[in-house]
Design a protein around this ligand. Structure first.
Ligand code: PMP
Length: 354
């Protein structure tokens, strides 16, 4: 620390992103990226947009918001775009939490939630997941703060149904409920249809996973226009040009190639099912994941050891050395070839056959 760093950040422990190593070529199954390239139109529109980068990007993301509204059966005033969905989540912590309105979220969930709380200097209340890592919806009724639920949850992959979430929204009418749907395209029910009914619901989604655009940094929020206006007040107070023009163009291209995304999601779902079955044969317990990752724990070998051994085999997975989950690893579902390499390495590590 420099000695100049503001005291307001005394307690801030920043988020630790998954490794992006340069020293050798790993099979990267540690940051839930897509194994497939961006769609053809996403690539074409992005490269066409480079020639116009002497101009600022459109702060309203007009074309992109129109395309999103069209895709999700809503209107443009219900949509906000961000530099990844992390951007929108940060705006939400800033806009909808304060000392009287804490953030409320699970103990085992997206690691950025406590960081955003600290960064925005708002208190938070933790609701532990059940023993089996599922969420008990009733524990979120009348939460007394702004609720943040990742659905499917990360790193567990377990999802609530739309009906269960609707009950949480109904039972928090004086507070905002934020549903982080970063992984929803891989098999959970989206709550987007509920935004017409509830003025206290904000959905966040991302182009980083199902749409293969993690490096372009594009996310969005969908909610009643009143919530979107609040988020825009924060956004315009920080950086109105938070989504660059190349990324906006890529996003429009991706939405025009919807079939490409749908097909890739189907492939991931099939590969997830097959990989989970094979992992079980090798002695792993896996949660019932609806996401593009599998959360797996071996019956005898500690999680940290599996992580290190896989690394020696040139395969990166994500290990969180945190209470309750230290025995697990989060493994991104890649393509068939990557998963075959994973299973082959794990067969050696566990000394078992599949
Ligand atoms: N929510 C969850 C649950 C995530 O795992 C991630 C990815 N790290 C994000 C949001 C943010 O993703 P992005 O900023 O790339 O949209």
């Amino acid at each position: 620390m420099s000695g100049f760093f503001s005291e307001k950040f005394n307690r801030l422990t920043p988020y630790t992103p998954g490794e992006q190593p340069k020293e050798r070529t790993y099979i990267k199954l540690n940051t839930n990226e897509s194994p497939f390239p961006p769609s053809p139109k996403a690539q074409k529109y992005a490269s066409d947009a480079i020639a116009k980068t002497m101009l600022y990007s459109d702060p309203q993301c007009t074309k992109l918001r129109q395309a999103l509204a069209n895709q999700y059966g809503t209107t443009e005033d219900c949509v906000i775009c961000g530099n990844g969905s992390d951007d929108i989540l940060n705006f939400a912590f800033s806009a909808f939490c304060d000392t009287k309105t804490p953030a409320v979220f699970a103990d085992v969930t997206y690691g950025f939630y406590p960081v955003f709380s600290e960064y925005n200097r708002v208190p938070y209340r933790i609701i532990p997941l059940k023993e089996d890592f599922s969420i008990s919806p009733q524990e979120y009724y009348n939460a007394g703060g702004t609720v943040f639920i990742a659905n499917p949850n990360a790193p567990t992959g377990i999802a609530l149904t739309r009906d269960e979430i609707e009950e949480i929204i109904k039972n928090n009418e004086n507070n905002v409920v934020v549903i982080d749907e970063a992984y929803v395209d891989f098999g959970a029910e989206s709550c987007v249809p509920l935004i017409k009914k509830y003025k206290n619901l904000l959905i966040t989604q991302t182009f980083s996973k199902s749409r293969s655009l993690a490096g372009a940094r594009l996310g969005f929020g969908i909610a009643d226009p009143s919530l979107i206006n609040d988020l825009n007040t924060v956004r315009y107070s920080i950086n109105p040009y938070n989504v660059n023009s190349i990324t906006q163009a890529a996003g429009v291209g991706s939405l025009e190639d919807q079939k490409y995304t749908d097909e890739n999601c189907e492939k991931i779902k099939k590969t997830r099912q097959k990989t989970a079955k094979r992992l079980k044969k090798l002695g792993f317990y896996v949660t019932d994941s609806c996401a593009n990752f599998i959360f797996a724990k071996h019956e005898t070998i500690p999680g940290g050891q599996i992580y290190l051994k896989l690394r020696q085999h040139g395969i990166l997975v994500r290990h969180f050395d945190a209470p309750r989950i230290a025995d697990f690893n989060r493994i991104t579902v890649g393509d068939e070839e990557q998963m075959n390499a994973l299973i082959k390495a794990l067969a050696q590590i566990t000394g078992r056959q599949i």
